[in-house]
Design a protein around this ligand. Structure first.
Ligand code: LLP
Length: 415
């Protein structure tokens, strides 16, 4: 459930009309609902009840400072994948002791900074990384908390670009090699083994792959305990899907119950890293129809948002719902909703049944995750503004990029 509904014929974010926001702040415009964000984080937190746990929001899904700050105020943990994301979390008031650091390519400077601020855990993905982290921690006279990301080799049944738990992926270490890596970690003087981590993919709409992965992980924990390697937490990653069209993903409650059922009798603290399920349906992208272009073959609605603003349809052929902000009467036509970028792949939706006139506003739903964060300046298009609504108030949380912002870092060669 989210807080984007029609009121008096106009689509609203909580109690603020998207039309009013578009008029005040221009388009394309990302609009988020604070109540929805909070509701989704709490759904995970509540679902785990009194089992020891920490819900670490995956910052990559939407890393705007205001979004992170709203979650930090709830006591959220954060899953980061770069030094940049770490600085965002710190600036947003996040607690470094609730930060886990994922990713296959952690650099020396990123490790040092994370050690200095005292993050909760490094999710290590290779032997080389283990050795580097041991060296860096030693250099600072510190002990780094680590968990190893294992690759349980389950098919998440999701888009190949966002499926990460199979053997052939670059992520994690094979479950068969994990024991050996844990032995090495346990023997390194500047590391402390604290957990085990896995993340099998994104936009999963069934519980089976999660359960399969967890069963394999639990077998591994038994082997580890047998060798005297004690874990404090299991990090089960993110990946719970959301409804874009007609998917019926499990709720956070169903998901947590399935996980807890498998974990009976183990005392591990559970860490989760949901991104999309928290931010996805907490945001929309508002765009204006620039032109209607009927052709012999199909009708195009050319809008002012493009693949540089929201790349998911172009990159993954992702289906995202497109709604009129103020629905009008009349006969609908099938439109391909496309942007102004010079690529055939620049579309937001195809074959959508809409009643449109030039100047109308459309809202692309479920754009709160992997939307703004994946935007670019392709075709020298400046990045959109972001607004967060709370009740009947709206705040600009990221001002629209200007051409001056964009060109400020560039110079021509000397004469
Ligand atoms: N943890 C790790 C280690 C991850 O790699 C990811 C996502 C997450 C957590 C969060 O997963 P979520 O709960 O959001 O599914 N750009 C793609 C999604 C890429 C996901 C990458 N990793 C998209 O737009 O669909």
């Amino acid at each position: 459930m989210d807080h984007f509904n029609y009121q008096d014929g106009v689509l609203c974010a909580e109690d603020v009309s998207l039309q009013a926001l578009a008029e005040a702040h221009g388009t394309p415009l990302y609009v988020y609902s604070r109540a929805t964000l909070e509701r989704h984080w709490k759904a995970f937190d509540d679902a785990l009840g009194d089992h020891p746990h920490l819900v670490c929001y995956a910052v990559k899904a939407n890393s705007s400072l205001a979004v992170l700050n709203v979650l930090a105020r709830l006591g959220a943990g954060f899953d980061i994948v770069s030094g940049g994301e770490l600085e965002r979390v710190l600036r947003a008031g996040g607690d470094p002791k609730r930060v886990v650091f994922s990713g296959v390519g952690k650099q020396v400077g990123e490790m040092r900074r994370a050690l200095e601020v005292g993050i909760r855990c490094f999710n290590v993905e290779s032997v080389a990384e283990l050795e580097r982290l041991n060296r860096e921690a030693g250099g600072l006279g510190m002990i780094a908390p680590v968990s190893i990301r294992v690759n349980p080799d389950v098919d998440a049944g999701t888009h190949p670009y966002i499926s990460t738990g199979l053997k052939e992926n670059k992520f994690g270490v094979d479950v068969e090699d994990a024991l050996d890596l844990y032995r090495q970690a346990a023997a390194l003087p500047h590391l402390r083994v604290t957990g085990l981590d896995c993340h099998i993919g994104s936009q999963l709409t069934s519980l089976d792959p999660f359960v399969d992965a967890l069963r394999r992980v639990i077998l591994l924990t038994r082997a580890l305990e047998g060798e005297g390697i004690h874990l404090e937490h299991l990090d089960l990653g993110g990946g719970l899907g959301i409804r874009y069209q007609d998917e019926t993903p499990p709720s956070p409650r169903d998901y947590a119950q399935a996980m807890l059922a498998e974990l009976k009798g183990t005392g591990y603290e559970i860490l989760l890293e949901p991104g999309r399920a928290i931010a996805g349906n907490a945001g929309v992208l508002v765009t204006r129809v620039e032109y209607l272009k009927p052709t012999r073959h199909k009708d195009f609605a050319i809008v002012d948002a493009a693949m540089n603003d929201l790349i998911r349809p172009a990159l993954y052929d992702a289906w995202m719902d497109i709604l009129p902000v103020r629905p009008r009467g009349g006969e609908s036509r099938e439109y391909d909703v496309v942007g102004p970028v010079c690529e055939t792949g620049d579309f937001l939706g195809k074959g959508r049944s809409l009643v449109l006139e030039e100047g109308d506003l459309l809202a692309v739903r479920s754009a709160g995750a992997y939307g703004y964060v994946m935007s670019s300046n392709y075709n020298t298009r400046t990045r959109a503004a972001e607004v967060m609504v709370e009740g009947d108030r709206a705040h600009v949380i990221t001002r629209r990029e200007t051409l001056e912002d964009l060109l400020a870092r560039e110079t021509v060669l000397p004469a």
